[in-house]
Design a protein around this ligand. Structure first.
Ligand code: AMP
Length: 145
């Protein structure tokens, strides 16, 4: 899928927003939803998505939504850092399939990194155990509360 096109209401994150499929939630308010990546590139890999917009990528995010949404991305990143005390954090997002995007509802990845530990490649990790994800999410929720 290219950078330009029509928002698909049946994309997997739209379904998560409508609670049609589950997610391991760490934070939600009127602007953003954050949940654990089901195929984590490292422990604590968290996704942050905007709620009140049908933006497929960052270029489509309405200008007046950028500040409140990025404030949530920073807030969740701070919670991940507090909960898991990584040595570094990758905060990234992909726009369009050629750039690596696979789900076409805007999302930011927050990926903790530890010295000496390699990170799995984007789209190259297996599905996590939901119980383990829940344990990590609990720590992040506690850090955010
Ligand atoms: P991207 O490839 O940048 O579009 O990122 C999509 C991300 O969504 C990937 O890191 C996937 O592992 C993740 N993902 C796909 N399906 C789910 C799901 N049902 N719940 C949580 N994360 C998912």
């Amino acid at each position: 899928m290219s950078l330009h096109g029509t928002y698909d209401d049946d994309n997997i994150f739209a379904k998560i927003l409508r609670s049609e499929i589950p997610c391991v939630k760490v934070y939600e308010d009127d602007v953003a939803l954050a949940f654990m990546d089901l195929f984590p590139q490292s422990e604590g890999h968290t996704l942050v998505i905007p709620k009140q917009t049908r933006s497929r990528n960052f270029l489509e995010l309405p200008e007046d939504y950028i500040a409140p949404f990025m404030q949530r991305v920073q807030k969740i990143a701070a919670g991940v850092e507090k909960a898991l005390t990584p040595d570094g954090l990758v905060i990234t997002q992909f726009n369009g399939a050629p750039a690596g995007q696979t789900v076409f509802h805007l999302h930011f990845h927050i990926i903790p990194r530890w010295e000496g530990q390699s990170m799995k490649g984007h789209g190259a990790s297996g599905q996590a155990d939901p119980g383990e994800l829940e344990g990590v999410a609990e720590k992040i929720r506690a850090a955010l509360s």
